[in-house]
Design a protein around this ligand. Structure first.
Ligand code: ARG
Length: 463
């Protein structure tokens, strides 16, 4: 077929090249936004008199028909027409004749693709955000149920100090809130119209960029045409936000995998969110969580890929930038799919409170509290640490816990220890005493949950 840009060429494009540089197989995803953008552009061309209002109306009607045809599955895109932008222009001219050839006046595919991807991503940011909000809601709901469920807190994956399961979950709540506000930051910077930048140097026609921005819902127009067509920061920001959020999900998945092992057995995943083995009849595997941990790799890969693509590009547009799309689409789909399955997986898991408590009571998670008790009796912390360390060593030899040491034995280690020691080192006291802001006490957890609910309310009402 004749190329839209074929005027200065005396030979057809080599077949291999045609296949090599065509992007229609993936950028057809942008058809809706391409048409929305073209309609706004053409309406404005008619309003400022670059084309007549009748011509604008004809083009807009043609574009609407094409949109309906694509949606009804009646359109087969042509790889020879390279990309979604030229495919639609070809379809338009076939449909409405010569007037279709006026659509691209004062525009380049460079500013066209830039606005299409922004509009696509603007929508997907909203969708991703709503999925994150649903996950945060689930985390907070489950936390609400487990303010007094004791679980060992770990450092180095060694039992450290008791916390509540709510407190552990709410740590992810904080991460999710940051993931959400990171997207909100990204939304602000994305809210700039590149259309009107032309190929790189604007255009000689008196375009009303503000009108196009208003119709397409952008609150600003870009202030430099070369930047307008070259900027892919907004994609990189989304991919960075996705990478950080997937890192959070992946850590959460790692814990779910550990917790559902027989060694921990803190939770049971619902059968609907687990899979079996083709050979070992007894197996129930946390595949969903593992796969999500695995998919984190491709999201990082997409970010690294585009950063690398962009790093050596001179201004302004270069064809390298066509490589931005597949990685972006994959990141959007992967992140959203992970969030979609994570929330119900979490909501349907069974929490084994008894096993959590058992584990919290073992491993001397109250040793710090015994030392703190001595400090309150006037013993300097470093000395208290040494005394308790020695007691732990003895208990390890005797295979008992600190709660099982008799009062006489306690007093041999330090005469200031009294009968109230047992209450002071119960895991419940350990938790309740940690009442500094952000600590695991029920009072603090309740406050965090209230703050999280406010965070959610402000955003869910808006949505
Ligand atoms: N398919 C191209 C892309 O995705 C559209 C812009 C093409 N511009 C050009 N001058 N070849 O980047």
């Amino acid at each position: 077929m004749a190329k839209l840009w074929g005027g200065r060429f005396s030979k057809d494009t080599n077949k291999l090249v045609e296949d090599f540089h065509s992007s229609i197989s993936f950028d057809q995803k942008l058809y809706h936004w391409d048409i929305v953008g073209s309609k706004a552009h053409v309406r404005m061309l008619g309003d400022v008199g670059v084309i007549t209002k009748e011509e604008a109306a004809q083009i807009i009607a043609g574009l609407d028909e094409i949109l309906a045809e694509i949606e009804n599955g009646q359109v087969v895109f042509d790889p020879a027409a390279e990309d979604i932008h030229m495919n639609i222009e070809v379809l338009l001219t076939e449909k409405i004749g010569a007037v279709g050839k006026k659509m691209h006046t004062g525009r380049s595919r460079n500013d066209q693709v830039a606005v299409d991807v922004r509009m696509y991503l603007r929508d997907e940011v909203e969708h991703t955000k709503s999925l994150l909000l649903e996950l945060l809601t689930a985390v907070v709901d489950i936390a609400e149920e487990h303010k007094e469920t004791v679980i060992p807190g770990y450092t180095h994956l060694q039992r450290a100090q008791p916390v509540s399961f709510a407190h552990h979950l709410l740590a992810y709540g904080e991460m999710l809130k940051r993931d959400i506000t990171r997207l909100e930051d990204c939304q602000q910077r994305m809210d700039v119209l590149p259309l009107g930048s032309g190929a790189l140097a604007g255009t000689t026609f008196p375009l009303d960029r503000e009108q196009v921005a208003a119709e397409l819902g952008f609150s600003q127009v870009c202030l430099n045409s070369m930047d307008g067509v070259s900027d892919r920061d907004f994609i990189l920001e989304y991919m960075s936000a996705a990478s950080i959020s997937m890192m959070h999900l992946s850590r959460f998945c790692e814990e779910i995998i550990l917790w559902s092992s027989q060694e921990f057995h803190f939770i049971d995943l619902d059968d609907g969110y687990s899979t079996g083995s083709s050979i070992m009849p007894q197996k129930k595997n946390p595949d969903v969580a593992e796969l999500m941990r695995g998919k984190t790799g491709r999201v990082y890969g997409n970010l690294m890929g585009l950063l690398t693509t962009m790093k050596g590009l001179p201004l302004a547009y270069n064809k390298d930038m066509q490589e931005d799309k597949e990685g972006l689409f994959d990141t959007v789909d992967t992140w959203q799919k992970c969030l979609l399955v994570f929330t119900p997986m979490l909501r349907t898991m069974t929490v084994r409170k008894d096993n959590m408590l058992q584990a919290a009571k073992g491993g001397f998670t109250n040793a710090t509290d015994l030392a703190d008790y001595l400090v309150r009796k006037g013993v300097p912390f470093r000395d208290a640490h040494a005394i308790v360390g020695k007691m732990v060593a003895e208990c390890l030899d005797r295979q008992i816990s600190l709660d099982e040491v008799s009062l006489e034995e306690y007093q041999q280690h330090h005469p200031a220890i009294e009968e109230d020691i047992y209450e002071a080192i119960s895991v419940y006291t350990c938790m309740a005493m940690r009442n500094t802001i952000g600590g695991p006490s029920v009072a603090q957890t309740t406050a965090t949950i209230a703050a999280d609910r406010e965070f959610l309310k402000a955003r869910l009402i808006e949505a």
